[in-house]
Design a protein around this ligand. Structure first.
Ligand code: IMP
Ligand code: MG
Length: 183
């Protein structure tokens, strides 16, 4: 186990099973769509989940990417997410599925939902790998969440701390002395 990790909370096999369940749910949800659904990964945290998820699905999908920064100058969330890399495709009239790494305060999810609804999508669904319901500041939930976790700062399988630990194959709780005072 990595020296910065306190405890593993989701192992590789557990994550893979959660990804398969989400893929099955999405296949069922999207089977009536007239056009190919457009899947959008919120970079960078969701990218590993995104790649595994679209390959576990039977439905063919188109892929696009956007970057959203929820941090101000420090490590605490500013509460005002900024879209720092916009989409290169027109989403009007599309069935959009947004893939998130984690829903924490809910600020990012609300900002993205508002953004897509203003752009005239046919349908909009959100799928998150992780959900921290006890941290919510905005009453909003993803349509599908693979795993609920407690109020711990976690890394791995795409999620980072200061750009570190994204490539860990498991999701683990970061040692407190490493992230003290951060979100
Ligand atoms: P929000 O607070 O729901 O807007 O979440 C904002 C973003 O904070 C998420 O998309 C993650 O990138 C990041 N985040 C929240 N909790 C964690 C965590 O435990 N580990 C790593 N990143 C996190
Ligand atoms: Mg994120």
């Amino acid at each position: 186990m990595n020296k910065d990790i306190e405890k593993i909370c989701l192992r590789k096999k557990t994550i893979a099973a959660g990804v398969r369940r989400a893929a099955h749910w999405l296949d069922q949800q999207l089977c009536g769509c007239a056009k190919t659904p457009l899947f959008i990964a919120v970079l960078k945290g969701s990218v590993i989940f995104f790649c595994d998820l679209v390959r576990a699905m039977k439905t063919p999908v188109q892929m696009s990417f956007m970057t959203v920064s929820s941090y101000g100058s420090g490590t605490e969330s500013s509460g005002v997410p900024k879209i720092t890399t916009d989409l290169s495709v027109d989403v009007a009239g599309r069935d959009v599925v947004l893939i998130e790494d984690i829903v924490d305060s809910g600020h990012t999810l609300l900002a993205l939902k508002t953004f897509f609804e203003q752009r005239g999508v046919t349908s909009f669904r959100t799928v998150t790998l992780l959900d921290k319901p006890s941290r919510r500041k905005i009453p909003i939930n993803a349509d599908y969440s693979c795993f609920k976790i407690g109020d711990e700062f976690i890394v791995g399988y795409g999620l980072d701390y200061n750009e570190m630990h994204r490539t860990l194959p498991y999701i683990g709780i970061l040692k407190k002395d490493i992230h003290i005072g951060t979100k």
